[in-house]
Design a binder for this molecule. Sequence first.
Ligand code: PAF
Length: 296
Amino acid sequence: MSEIRIIRSLHEMISHAEELQKNGIRIGLVPTMGYLHEGHLSLVRLLDGHCDLKAASIFVNPIQFGPNEDLAKYPRNEVRDLELLEKEGCELVFAPSPEEMYPEDYQTYIEVELMSKTLCGRFRPDHFRGVATIVNRLFNLTRCSVAAFGLKDFQQAQVIKKMKRDLHLPVKLLFGETVREDDGLAMSSRNAYLDEEQRNLAGYIPKSLEWVSREANVAEQDSDCLRAGMEDILNTQPGIKIQYIEFVDPKTLDPVQIIDRKVQVLLAVYIGKTRLIDNIEIGPGSKMKPFKELTV
Ligand code: PAF
């Protein structure tokens, strides 16, 4: 296996990407904010067969964090990240500095207007503008032909899809299923913030999702009743504070009342100061596989 190449300068990234392109080498990119887990690594594997060179970016993007969010304490461990990426056969890592990415005179942003304002966007007003802007710039800087994203961030995935369509971006998008811990909790770099008690509470998130998936198939199809059932499960734990539970059309993210087709359920909760999100597809034809070892 060839040694992993780390590029930190924008100029070097562009000239290397141009060189690769000239030689007909198709780059596959997994954009990340680092502190990698199995979910990220599964995305690196998802690139297999879709490109000639697998790359990842590691960049904690300041403009997708709100003023009172966790930018300063976002977990970082670049040495470990590079080892993990190298083991997965990643040949290139782009890890620019915030100063180079956002010089003082930086002023261009991308906004996928309506989709960025619902769900998480109601509580994180500039978040998806920050995501769309950085993802577009990473596509441009790396000249990637294909890029992979996880479906744990379901709204982010739809925003990126819409940006690709609206701006005719010449990149193929791949989306990987959410990778879960044994109790069903979605893997996330932010799980590192949880202490043992909070980690146990977090197991109620997948419990509520598995419950709603089963219930929508066998009994109740009204989203208000299903939401109430999920709230009952989560509210048994005073340490969990629900921010939202929404039932939406998976493509448009518009609210859905009756579950008579495939519907996406998305939620955000706080456990202590940690905000966790998750989602599941429910309704006729949905492809829910039971999470491991869950009972409600
Ligand atoms: O999903 C993430 O880790 C980030 O939002 C992304 C796509 C790398 C953009 O900063």
